[in-house]
Design a binder for this molecule. Structure first.
Ligand SMILES: Cc1cc2nc3c(=O)[nH]c(=O)nc-3n(C[C@H](O)[C@H](O)[C@H](O)COP(=O)(O)O)c2cc1C
Length: 370
């Protein structure tokens, strides 16, 4: 136990800290609209739905418009179940390699194992060969996927060097053929997740039109350029422009942490919003946004109980040893609102399982330092 360590003051909801990627809740501020005009096309006229209103993607009914974003290395089954328990209207797997499915790679096939309580669930696939993607989509459908999502937004080197992910935005003709092949292969809806463009040019509009012509049932837009990675702010004027132009639902993803951001996107014509980093160690974000409330800190006992539940589900999914390692990256996110000091964060990076983590955290609690 580190006697000098402490967990600091409760965080202040209104403080302009963090970008949420580390589990903190960025403040609502002047950037909240992120490029969306109040009178954006698609926002006027009709009554704007609320975040808690249902909608459908080509016949698949989702109970609300708050969806969990796919995140590689994160959105395994335990994470999806957590998002579902807190109200997400759709959960999505991490991206699954179509080549891994083709070669029956054991770790890839495990990613296709879905459980009853997580539906509706989308399986996200990546690859660049229409035939291989079609085959993988068939396998995902057979595994129970309610929706197949195609990744055309991942900018990670090892993905784009195979011509997959956002690299497909460079070749609209191939992207359309690939989409059409997947649409033809399955009877569930096929959606595509894209970015604003590759480098300087915003190519999302033309590109999305090609995809919907090829049969995409919805477009999810993460409105950053590929070269930005996660840097800068998501420019949701791109999401609004797509929503105004397309006849299929448009789902907006990027930097959404507050109910007024979600509401602005629905007013701008988007059908739904996706939460990624905001849900890391903070599944309550789904509950809060569905209630139209600002994100707020939960009592430490509630947070510990949820961490235990999450670990339990992760251990059932991947075994205790891997679950222990997987959770190491989450402890800091769960505890972020309590401002754990460096010694505690460091200690939590080395624990073997949740029991050990809980003991360590409680040793700080006993000192009255939460
Ligand atoms: C760790 C991490 C992994 C991600 N993995 C994927 C992925 O597998 N597929 C995908 O389409 N997007 C992926 N994304 C992008 C997110 O789905 C989302 O579009 C992006 O993070 C912006 O949303 P946010 O600000 O709510 O996090 C990932 C993002 C992060 C932070």
């Amino acid at each position: 136990m580190h006697t000098t360590a402490h967990i600091g003051e409760p965080f202040n909801d209104a403080s302009p800290q963090g970008d949420g990627g580390d589990g903190s809740f960025p403040a609502g501020d002047g950037n909240i609209r992120q490029g969306i005009d109040r009178d954006a096309p698609g926002g006027g006229g009709n009554v704007t739905p609320g975040i808690g209103d249902p909608f459908s993607i080509a016949g698949v009914r989702l109970s609300n418009r708050l969806l969990q974003a796919p995140m590689a290395g994160i959105s395994g089954r335990a994470f999806r179940l957590e998002a579902r328990r807190f109200g997400a209207g759709l959960v999505t797997t991490e991206m699954v390699s179509s080549y891994g499915v083709q070669y029956r790679n054991r770790r890839t096939l495990v990613m296709l194992e879905l459980v009853e309580s997580e539906h509706p669930v989308a399986v996200q696939l990546f690859g660049n060969q229409p035939r291989v993607m079609a085959e993988a989509a068939r396998a995902a459908e057979a595994a129970g996927a309610d929706i197949i999502d195609i990744n055309m937004g991942c900018p990670v080197r090892k993905v784009i060097k195979t011509g997959a992910g956002v690299a497909l935005m460079e070749d609209g003709e191939l992207a359309a053929r690939l989409t059409a092949a997947v649409v033809k292969a399955v009877s569930v809806p096929v959606t595509v997740k894209i970015r604003s463009g590759l480098r300087r040019d915003l190519t999302a509009k033309e590109f999305a039109l090609r995809l919907t012509d090829a049969g995409a049932a919805a477009i999810c837009i993460h409105p950053r350029l590929a070269e930005q990675g996660q840097k800068g702010l998501a420019d949701h004027s791109v999401s609004a422009a797509l929503a105004a132009m397309l006849t299929v639902p448009v789902i907006a993803s990027g930097d959404i942490y507050h109910p007024d951001q979600a509401a602005a996107l629905l007013r701008a014509g988007c059908a739904a919003v996706m939460i990624g980093r905001g849900a890391l160690g903070n599944p309550w974000i789904f509950e809060d946004l569905l209630a139209g409330a600002e994100p707020r800190r939960r009592p430490i006992e509630k947070v510990l109980a949820e961490m235990g539940r999450f670990y339990h589900d992760a251990a059932a999914e991947m075994g205790q040893e891997r679950a222990g390692r997987y959770l190491r990256k989450f402890y800091g996110w769960y505890l972020k609102p309590f401002k754990p000091d460096a010694a505690l964060r460091d200690g939590l990076r080395r624990v073997d399982g949740f029991a050990e983590a809980e003991l360590l955290i409680r040793s700080y609690l006993i000192q009255g330092q939460v």
